[in-house]
Design a protein around this ligand. Structure first.
Ligand code: C2E
Ligand code: MG
Ligand code: MG
Ligand code: MG
Length: 280
């Protein structure tokens, strides 16, 4: 049936298919084609400046508009992309799209200084082409480097900390900002954390979720906020789902927050960028 779509692709999730290895290969082949054929989308999740309650930026999150399976979330394809190396082209596409979207919002009269955050995987971080690609993408689009935040998980940073340090320094030299994503869930090393030239700590959702009911989670979030500030970094909370969590984070002095309470990730036309008039 998938063949009747004319693309020659097979549906990776045929019922009764029993070979996970073969399914994965099909998924990867489809994903390669998806990058090439324009099936990827970027959704944007607003990030709020907590003291003022205003929009401070957005995080770009990739989706795949699959021809038969609908809109797929990263959990369904990002690991396969990472393991196979497809992440290189996928990541380059997301970076370009996100940077161009920031420029489009600017051109439409949007809030000057809105931050655009883009995720980088371990493999992207290890790619020698990364730094020139980031520089080239910013230059071609005409976006100031300090508008871009690159989010890298603690785990990705720690998989080869010496190499990561060198790459972070080069990215920093371009003027982009750097964030440690999912902070608190990896194998943190304070030895490296103090050397990494990062600008933000993004406190993992798992701690934020528990903070209004669990004293341990609350203590962890409080410690992360203090640590960030003591190191001169911006503290950002992920996964805020309730007003109680927002209020508790504000009381702790957390700088910024992101989560379903404020907004889910949405297509660019649905992001309420101040100044941008949404067409009726
Ligand atoms: P992340 O960078 O930690 O992104 C946050 C994830 O948490 C997003 O999931 C977001 O939709 C979700 N989220 C945000 N607020 C809430 C909330 O209040 N409650 C709950 N339950 N979830 C919330 P998403 O979009 O499925 O992305 C998952 C992960 O996939 C991301 O985690 C990131 O590590 C990775 N990813 C997404 N896009 C890209 C990309 O373009 N490149 C790379 N390398 N990785 C990406
Ligand atoms: Mg992220
Ligand atoms: Mg995160
Ligand atoms: Mg997370």
């Amino acid at each position: 049936r998938a063949k009747a779509q004319g693309s020659g692709r097979w549906d990776a999730h045929r019922p009764g298919s029993s070979d996970p290895g073969a399914e994965r290969l099909v998924l990867l082949e489809q994903l390669r084609a998806a990058v090439r054929d324009g099936e990827l989308r970027v959704h944007y999740q607003p990030r709020q400046h907590l003291p003022s309650g205003t929009l401070s930026g957005v995080e770009a999150l990739v989706r795949w508009q699959h021809p038969t399976r609908g809109l797929l979330q990263p959990a369904e394809f990002i690991d396969a992309a990472e393991e196979s190396g497809v992440i290189r082209d996928l990541g380059a596409w997301v970076l370009t799209e996100a940077v161009e979207q920031a420029v489009r919002w600017d051109a439409a009269g949007g809030l000057p200084g809105l931050q655009m955050a883009v995720n980088l995987s371990a493999r992207q971080l290890a790619d020698p082409g990364l730094v020139p690609r980031v520089a080239g993408t910013l230059a071609r689009a005409g976006l100031r480097a300090s508008r871009l935040v690159l989010e890298i998980t603690e785990t990705a940073l720690m998989s080869d900390p010496e190499a990561a340090l060198a790459t972070l320094q080069e990215l920093r030299a371009l003027g982009v900002l750097l964030a440690v994503d999912d902070f608190g869930t990896g194998y943190s090393s304070f030895t490296y954390l103090k050397q990494f030239p990062v600008d933000e700590l993004k406190i993992d959702r798992s701690f934020v979720t528990g903070m209004t009911t669990d004293a341990g989670d609350r203590a962890i979030v409080a410690s992360c906020v203090h640590l960030a500030h003591a190191m001169g970094l911006v503290a950002v909370a992920e996964g805020v789902e309730t007003a109680a969590e927002r209020d508790a984070l504000r009381a702790l002095g957390c700088d910024q927050a992101q989560g379903y309470f404020f907004s889910r990730p949405v297509p660019p036309s649905e992001v309420p960028v101040p100044g941008v008039v949404v067409p009726a």
